[in-house]
Design a protein around this ligand. Structure first.
Ligand SMILES: *[C@@H]1O[C@H](CO)[C@@H](O)[C@H](O)[C@H]1NC(C)=O
Length: 138
């Protein structure tokens, strides 16, 4: 019987380090800005399957943001719950790899406004009206 050689740990380690570069999954910044005006606060609680970013009061004009590396399986999803005025517990996807890997290659900015949430398309440089508030809350 021939003995199997143990795997070369150093090589495997290097290969693992390089995977994100090969697949192009570099760091992404997500920012959610309070553009409600009139000094109105909003409360934002964002999380992914593995990370809970906590609940934060974001005052008028301020931004809550974070950085992360999308996972290599293309399943990264951060969603947020938002409270502001009559809109309570509104859930939206702040970063979904399948929707955003082109749209927000490195930067995903959101603007919370009186009528809903706008998302910056980083490819076109244009704000898109992505999430209107539910009709019942306006
Ligand atoms: C907004 O939040 C800050 C800090 O939590 C608080 O001091 C302030 O009273 C709030 N403003 C309004 C309009 O609720």
């Amino acid at each position: 019987m021939s003995k199997m050689k143990p795997p070369t740990k150093g090589i495997l380690f290097l290969a693992a380090l390089m995977v994100p570069f090969v697949l192009g999954a570099s760091a992404v910044h997500v920012g959610v800005r309070n553009g409600l005006g009139s000094g109105r606060n909003m409360t934002l609680h964002c999380r992914s399957k593995d990370t809970d970013l906590g609940s934060h009061v974001v005052s008028d004009g301020d931004e809550f943001g974070w950085n992360f590396n999308p996972n290599i399986w293309g399943t990264t999803l951060f969603y947020c719950l938002l409270d502001q005025g009559s809109v309570q517990g509104y859930a939206f996807d702040a970063y979904s790899y399948t929707r955003d890997y082109v749209r927000c290659e490195s930067k995903c900015l959101w603007l919370v406004a009186g009528e809903g949430i706008y998302g910056m398309n980083d490819q076109t440089g244009l704000w898109e009206y992505v999430y209107p508030w539910p009709a019942s809350s306006t």
